[in-house]
Design a protein. Sequence first.
Length: 354
Amino acid sequence: MRSEIVKKEPGYIFNNCTKYLARDNSEPRHNYFGVFDGQRRALISEAWRFPVIDAHSPASAAETDAYEYNDVTFIYVAPDDEASSVELVASCASLTQPVRLNRVGNSIYFAVTLKVHKAERHRYRFIVDGSSVLDPINPQIETLPTGDVWSRFFTWAYNEPISFERWEFTLLDRLTRHILQFNSDEAKNFQARGNNEKNVANLYRLDISVGVANYIDKLVAREERHQLGAYKTCLEMLAEVLRRRHPGQDIETLKEEEFGKLYDEMADGNLVKNIINDGWDPNRYNNPSYFLYLLRRHAWTGAFSHPKYGGNPGGMAWAYMQETYKTNDNKSVTAFDWRRAIEPPLGTSTEYKG
């Protein structure tokens, strides 16, 4: 279905882009680990923010399904009148009928906003004065089986792997599952009872990992893209360590104790030689303890994040806290009434829009 064009005021466009794009520096200050060598993105602060993915505000009271959509704003920067015409071809709109980007006032920005369904992934390219180009800002790209390269974006709550292969995703799920308190018997019982009655049907429910693997998969596709190489390298070596220790056994079926042992060896400088002997190559990544720290930080953040970021599906972790923690004055009243702060349909707030 062709996406609708949503009208945005110039102030909205400027508020969302000038902080990151209106800079005169010529130094590659944002070229983390050299991932943007020779690219314009190395000059742009937080290039992952583009295109701008935002909550969709209903145009009228009749638009009752507004929560199911995002507003996606595509921005092209054309300094010194280097472009007179900018159009968009996108899988969420049309690949044969370009959508025009309009110049914002008399600025250097061209922009258009489309209403796109949540939990979707799309590809797009700009047509600048008749020539098809990738988005020079957005670092996400996708190569099709034909070899064609497109820019890519995904909307909130997308639940299919983007950054990791299936085996990497499975290993990441096991690694993060045992970091969190949700692996306790109480948490397993809570989840087995159905946890949150408003759990959205189209969201992943990744068992007792509370969606953390999905959250990390999206995190390294955007905000922390510079850590994707670390994840790819370390997951490959950890898989090798586990295969050597348990030949012929599926990693997904290994006992929890094996992962606890692995954590201890990664964290303890005196024990790290054990994983080096079993396949960890310090020449490729010489600090296993830092990767464990990174993994833990992302696991805890993802478990309690807003579900739109891919973790905590249906507010599962919040619902667990709501049931677990009560006020001192009245044990029947929760101390964590999270629904009051979250937008429908998960919450009851009429002020927060997501």
